[in-house]
Structure formats: C-alpha cells, structure tokens
Design a protein around this ligand. Sequence first.
Ligand SMILES: NC(=O)c1ccc[n+]([C@@H]2O[C@H](COP(=O)([O-])OP(=O)(O)OC[C@H]3O[C@@H](n4cnc5c(N)ncnc54)[C@H](O)[C@@H]3O)[C@@H](O)[C@H]2O)c1
Length: 373
Amino acid sequence: MSKTLGIGILGCGNISAAYMRLSPLFRGIEVRACADINEAAAKARAEEFGLRAETVDGLLAASDIDIIVNLTVPAVHYEVSRRVLEAGKHVYSEKPFVLSLEEGEALAAIAKEKGLRVGSAPDTFLGGAHQLVRHLIDSDAIGKVTSGTCFVQSPGMEMWHPNPDFFFQPGGGPILDLGPYYVSNLVQLLGPVKRVCAMSSSGSEYRTITSQPRYGDKIKVETPTTIHAVMQFQSGAQITYCASWDVWQHGHSNMELYGREGTLHVPDPNFFGGEVRMTDKGSFVTLSEAWQHPFSKANDRGHANYRTAGLADMALGILENRPHRCSLEFALHVVDVMTSILASGESGTFIDIKTTCERPEALDPQAAKALLV
Ligand SMILES: NC(=O)c1ccc[n+]([C@@H]2O[C@H](COP(=O)([O-])OP(=O)(O)OC[C@H]3O[C@@H](n4cnc5c(N)ncnc54)[C@H](O)[C@@H]3O)[C@@H](O)[C@H]2O)c1
C-alpha cells in the first residue's frame, strides 16, 4: 500500500482553509481535491490551495481519494458521512460528527460492514498542553482527581462567523458546538462519563448578526444558549460544566481539576497549546515550558495549531494497521454525554450515559513527532 492516502475535502467554508493550510505538516496524507454543494466555494478554495475542484458526486467517486473529510454543517454531518462510507471511502468529520446515538450507531454498522474507518474532530486534545496534563494525571502528580470545573462562556458567534445561523439551530449551541473540545479532553484525561444532570435556558429569542456580509440579519434561537451541567465520571470524579453564549465577561479559568494531592489548571481545550499550572499543597508553578512537545510550538499566526493531527493519525492508523485516537467509539461517547446534558436540561432529570469508551492512547512528544513530516 502507498505510504500516503489521498484526502478529499467536502465542505469548503470557513474551517476548510485551516485543513488545507495545515495538512502539509503531516505524514500519511495528501489533500488532492475538494467539493461543496456551492460549487463556486469549492472552485475558490481549489484555486487558493492548488487543489482539484470536484462536484460532490465526483469527489465521492474519485479513485485517488481514500479519506473524505466532512467539513459541512452539523445538520448534514450524518447524511454526508453515510454517503461517503457507502461510496467505499473512509470518513473523518468535523464535530459533532453525528447529532444522536442512533446516527452514530448507524455509521458504525456501515463502517464495520465495509471495513472502513470513521474519525472525528476535535483533535485539540492531542495538543502539547493537554498531553502534558494527561502525562501528569497518569503519573499521579495530583493524586486521584475527585472534582473539577469547566467554563466556556462568551457573548456568542454572530459577531465573527460570516454565516452564523447553524450555531443557533439544533446541532449547534455551546454544548454541541464547543462541548466536543471540553468533553473530549475530560474523557481523554479522566475516562468515560457515568451520568449527567443539567439546567438550560436561552438568553434571547433572536440574535442579530454583526459580522459581514449579513450585518443586521436576525437569527431565531432554536437551541439553548446557556447550560449548567454536572458530569459524574465512572472514576467517581464530578465536574461542573458551564457553557454559555449569553455572557459578556467572566473571571473563571477554562478548566480546573482537583486531585487528592494537588490542583491542575488546564488551558482552553479549543486550542493545542497554552499554559498548564499545577500546585501540590503549596503555590502554583507553570509547567508548559519544560515539556518539549511538538504540538506546543507556535506555528500558525502566533499559536500552536496542529488541526489535522487527528486526520493524519487516522491515515497512519490505516497504513500501519493500528487504532486511531479520534475514533468513532470515543466521539460517540462524547456525543452521548452532550446530548444527554441537553436532554437533562429539558427534562430536569439525571440521565445515565448509555455508551462507554477506552481513553485514546496518549500522544507523547515522540508519538507526536512521528505524525509530522
Ligand atoms: N469555523 C470554525 O472556526 C470552525 C472551527 C472548528 C470546527 N468547525 C466545524 O466545522 C464545520 C464547518 O464549519 P464552517 O465554519 O466551515 O461552516 P461554513 O458554513 O463556513 O461551511 C460549511 C460548508 O459546507 C457546505 N455544505 C453544506 N451542506 C453541504 C452538503 N450537503 N454537501 C456538501 N457541502 C455542503 C456549505 O455550502 C459551506 O460551504 C462545523 O461542523 C463546525 O462546527 C468550524
């Protein structure tokens, strides 16, 4: 088998540029073609990055494409990924890769029958900062983690994204849109979740777009925009998780984990890098600089940005016949947790999580280096 798999990008919107810009950093993948239902968008990205523009059907049939990266909007992720698998290609989807357990199980069944892989973003938990936290937890630096907090709160998305409607429709909202970063990182650090409870609300019935080109347009809010949840992990840890797009400012840190012997401050799981701070029973020390992890280095506009690491790990997993870290089983557990939080917010009851998963294998500095060209 060739040492490189051909990649096709399906969905040429905002985030596609990051995949096209960053994929050349990695072994095992070569982005060759792109497509979009908006053919002008595909042509524009193809021209910008020297790719071949295809129609959607053309991309699904292309003989030089092994993996299709699904960068469409969440409402159609399942349908698009299903078509990719049925076309006989592996699929790697942006998050959330499905909107329900049933959709994830249906994709798993097709993938199993056809011997194909399904992978899903986010891959930021593979970042240097989060892998340092993983290393500290696994080496018992703060003892058993008993509790923690996560805060992801902002005024919203309608002030920066050119087409922000999907954020306020079912499939969007701060849990399904940003939750994948937070919940995935917690599951890779602490293992699977056992049960959840939550309260939810929406700060406004309509949002007004202040980005261009649709300045002034109104969006009806059809999913909760403020959710306060508590997650109980199988390990016994309990984590408070507040996600909101109704908050102008706050003073909470992104993620704090409390262990029997100390505390860890974890940087924003939406990014690969950032400052990790730890204390035992004394004062905080910053540890990030001592950890020489390739995915901590600023490489993209002043930030550590290694998006597509999860895709490359899946391609190399196929080529090397080993599991990939951003797996269907892991992503489906995260979807189960997030949809259960939303269901608990509606019903006011505790919800037991139906799925479980193994923690993805840690990506130490050497393993990360092996993903790079
Ligand atoms: N924008 C970001 O910064 C960002 C960051 C991380 C993850 N994501 C995720 O990436 C995904 C895409 O986000 P985006 O911001 O690029 O959205 P976007 O709206 O800018 O782009 C989506 C593209 O998909 C195309 N599309 C829609 N339905 C399609 C279909 N059935 N077949 C083919 N193409 C179709 C649209 O024409 C559009 O060009 C979302 O799941 C989002 O959560 C976005």
